[in-house]
Design a protein around this ligand. Structure first.
Ligand code: D41
Length: 787
């Protein structure tokens, strides 16, 4: 049926709309295939609502418009489950799963029984009851015997069908499954709650449980909930198929969401293989799972095996190691980062979390400690998910010993004893020691050498810590002084300190080879691009993209290192905070000294160039004035000042009558004069004017000479493996020379750079007679361009 084939008869049209809406729900939640856009879905819904409003006789309980109903008058009613809701036994190791499978093998005589293997969704177990294909009641698990009637809330979940599809369902059907909150919905919900100052959800499982417990279904309807079915409940035995997996297929046909991760597996090996595969995907799944479930697939055998207490003998949950654990806070220390940021760290009694021993967890910042009220001696819940740093989630206040004291941010840096300071409206406290602080020195060197920065092979954080601790380096420039002998000596002293005694002769040889490689890697890093180098300096707020903008627009380190912040702000995506941070970095004489040292020791920026031709359009007098952030000087007033025809150097000295006759209101004139009367502002203005004059001249000459880059307008394709650099590196070099690097070869391709084992792209280039460069030719060309 087509949405546009409308029927004039209201009853028919209502039926048509319900079918369309239900179909859309089914395609989305069961088939993972959004059939119609959201706006269309909403339109159909509104039409049906209007129709039911004007024709009340058409309204029905199973209509999709009824998903949000009235709240129950007095809490939730109790529901006695027609079939007890069972619980699952847990296995925490492969050995326990082995025992489970072995018992089944012995009792059934089947050497390799078949299992339905499923993710264990981390939500809330519920039971749904359908009579004659219509949803009539839904309940929580409760104690397994009786649960709560949360029908009104369950109706709001679009993944739960209100009417079943097809016709071969039993007259009474109960289905069990899990209501859960997808991670994306959880994140979005919390982001909104945070922005609006509302209450955030602790985790998706609590989110799902809390949402179903809302008395008002209108609230539940706003929560992003979903559902997966996983077992039959009350139904006539003769209507069941022979296997659990066949039942799951039926559920899907009837319109229930069944996870595509559900499979069948044979024997212990099949189960464990599934466990490992799902475990590897765990962090990337769109919802939380806490393990997998194995269920004997043959339903007749399930009945034969029966239960022990409330748990079936034929099913078991194989749990992943817990991501949360409780432990005790032994101390709260302060870690000083590269930019001086002071991060409180909880030192913990060692505890295994998700298979890793955790002894430290981040507390983020002083405000977070205040919120959680963490104290030394407290029992806390730590969480470690994926590769992220473990964090303290919650304090178990009920277990707090009597003698704890409230934690306070220390006043001084634990490393260099400089004062810790916090800027207005900032959460982060910082060490004011900057370059004299050994912690900041260390972190800035680690950043400088890291892969995305100067990429010094082999110079990792452990080694840098040793170099700093043993006094071999204290700044990035010191790295370029290190000799092979220094590294060997440093290693000897580190071994001595750690009590590790290397076998003399052989170790000596290995050590000197290792030291040679390091010195070579450091030497190699001396040739860098401006962009990487700027990023490597570790200026606060200057990430890779800001570094790229600076390099592209200003072209040389010499220009950037003296640029006042108002001119930095002229560039795209550089705001006041970033610009000031860059200016402040270069204002420190220690940093300027470090730059000079680096240059003296042979660091060469291979791609320095003229200012960008685009700069000219940003250097209007009014735009310049606006960047200075002078009170009352709005863009309009700046335009009026610029219209006087004076250049910035003359503007500062303009007498007030002239400002008034330029049309500026008195308060703007007063603010302008007062601003200039401040010595610091006057200096900033002069510095900025000088930079503006220089840049204007440079931009003029670039625009005038119109020296295009050598590869301007050329399209290049890279293929195969290069031996001297990665394809990305080669691409970046070609781009710096003006080329456009494309992904596929066409007639428009100017040349193809083909490395080792080039495949179809090379074939295509040959077929189209496109020019082909080998690696040697590329290197030759780049050398010729000084790149
Ligand atoms: O994903 C789950 N959380 C899940 C829970 C699942 N995939 N299968 C389950 N199967 C059962 C039996 C075998 C007893 C029908 C379950 C649960 N039970 C369950 N969830 C909470 C209590 C029991």
């Amino acid at each position: 049926m087509n949405a546009s084939e409308t029927s004039a008869d209201p009853a028919q049209r209502a039926a048509q709309l319900r079918t369309l809406i239900e179909e859309a729900n089914y395609r989305y939640h069961v088939l993972d295939d959004a059939a119609i856009p959201d706006v269309e879905y909403d339109r159909l819904m509104r039409e049906l609502e209007a129709l039911e409003a004007t024709h009340p006789e058409l309204a029905r309980l199973d209509s999709p418009t009824r998903r949000v109903g009235a709240r129950p008058a007095e809490g939730f009613a109790e529901v006695r489950h027609a079939q007890r809701m069972l619980s699952l036994a847990n296995a925490f190791s492969e050995a326990e799963v082995g025992e489970f499978v072995q018992r089944i093998v012995e009792r059934t005589g089947n050497a390799e029984p078949r299992f339905s293997v499923e993710p264990k969704f981390d939500g809330l177990a519920i039971s749904l009851r359908y009579e004659n294909g219509v949803f009539v009641q839904g309940a929580t698990r409760g104690d397994g015997e009786t649960g709560e009637d949360v029908s009104a809330n369950l109706r709001t979940i679009r993944a739960i069908p209100l009417r079943l599809r097809g016709a071969d369902w039993p007259a009474v059907l109960e289905v069990r499954g899990e209501v859960y909150m997808p991670r994306a919905g959880f994140d979005a919900y919390n982001a909104k709650a945070r922005a609006e100052g509302g209450k955030v959800l602790a985790n998706p499982r609590n989110g799902a449980a809390g949402s179903l417990r809302q008395l008002d279904p209108a609230i539940t309807a706003t929560r992003p909930l979903a559902f997966y079915a996983y077992a039959p409940g009350d139904m006539v035995e003769s209507e069941l198929p022979a296997t659990h997996s066949a039942f799951m297929t039926r559920l899907r046909d009837w319109g229930f969401p069944v996870s595509h991760l559900v499979e069948t597996a044979r024997g212990l090996d099949g189960c464990l293989d599934y466990f490992r595969r799902i475990g590897a995907q765990r962090d990337t799944l769109p919802f939380d799972i806490d393990g997998v479930v194995y269920k004997l697939d043959d339903l007749a055998l399930q009945r034969e095996l029966g239960f022990v207490g409330r748990t079936p003998r034929w099913a078991i949950a194989h749990k992943f190691p817990a991501q949360e654990q409780t432990t005790r806070v032994l101390a709260i220390d302060i870690n000083i980062g590269r930019t001086g940021a002071a991060t409180p760290i909880a030192r913990l009694e060692a505890v295994q979390v998700a298979g890793v021993v955790v002894t430290n967890a981040t507390l983020h910042n002083a405000d977070q400690i205040e919120r959680l009220d963490v104290r030394v001696g407290d029992s806390v819940i730590v969480r470690r998910a994926g590769d992220v740093i473990p964090e303290v989630m919650r304090v178990m206040h009920e277990l707090r010993p009597a003698d704890t004291v409230k934690w306070q941010m220390p006043t001084h840096c634990p490393i260099c004893r400089s004062e810790l300071v916090r800027e207005e409206k900032q959460v982060v406290w910082r060490c004011s020691g900057e370059l004299i602080c050994p912690a900041q020195q260390k972190e800035s060197i680690i950043h400088f050498a890291s892969r995305r920065a100067m990429d010094i092979d082999g110079l990792g954080s452990r080694l840098i810590e040793d170099l700093c601790d043993l006094g071999f380096v204290s700044s990035i420039a010191d790295l370029y002084r290190l000799s092979v002998a220094d590294f060997v000596e440093m290693k000897r002293r580190a071994d001595e300190r750690d009590g590790t005694t290397p076998e003399t002769v052989k170790a000596g040889k290995v050590a000197s080879k290792w030291a040679e490689n390091l010195v070579e890697a450091i030497e190699h890093s001396k040739r860098a691009t401006l962009e990487r180098f700027l990023f490597a300096l570790g200026i606060e707020h200057v990430g890779e993209s800001t570094a790229k903008v600076l390099a592209q627009w200003f072209g040389t380190l010499e220009r950037i290192r003296h640029m006042p912040w108002p001119l930095l702000k002229l560039l795209p995506d550089i705001g006041g905070e970033v610009a000031r941070s860059i200016d402040q970095f270069f204002a420190q004489s220690g940093n300027q000294q470090a730059l000079d040292d680096l240059l003296v020791r042979g660091v060469v920026l291979s791609d320095e160039h003229d200012v960008s031709a685009k700069l000219k359009s940003r250097l209007g007098v009014d735009e310049f004035l606006v960047q200075l952030e002078i009170p009352k000087l709005t863009p309009r007033r700046a335009e009026q000042l610029a219209a006087t025809g004076n250049l910035p150097d003359a503007l500062a000295g303009l007498p007030s009558q002239q400002l008034v006759s330029a049309g500026l209101p008195a308060d703007t004139v007063a603010a302008w004069l007062a601003w200039h009367a401040d010595a610091a502002n006057a200096t900033l203005y002069q510095r900025s004017v000088r930079a503006w004059n220089e840049l204007s001249e440079l931009a003029q000459s670039v625009a005038g000479s119109a020296t295009a880059l050598p590869l301007e307008g050329k399209t290049v394709v890279l293929t195969g493996t290069l031996s001297s650099m990665s394809r990305d590196q080669a691409g970046a070099k070609l781009e710096a020379l003006g080329a456009k690097v494309a992904g596929s070869v066409s007639k428009k391709t100017d040349f193809v750079v083909a490395g080792e084992a080039a495949g179809s792209k090379l074939d295509k280039a040959q077929a189209l007679a496109v020019e082909i460069w080998d690696e040697a030719k590329l290197l030759d060309y780049l050398a010729g361009q000084g790149a």
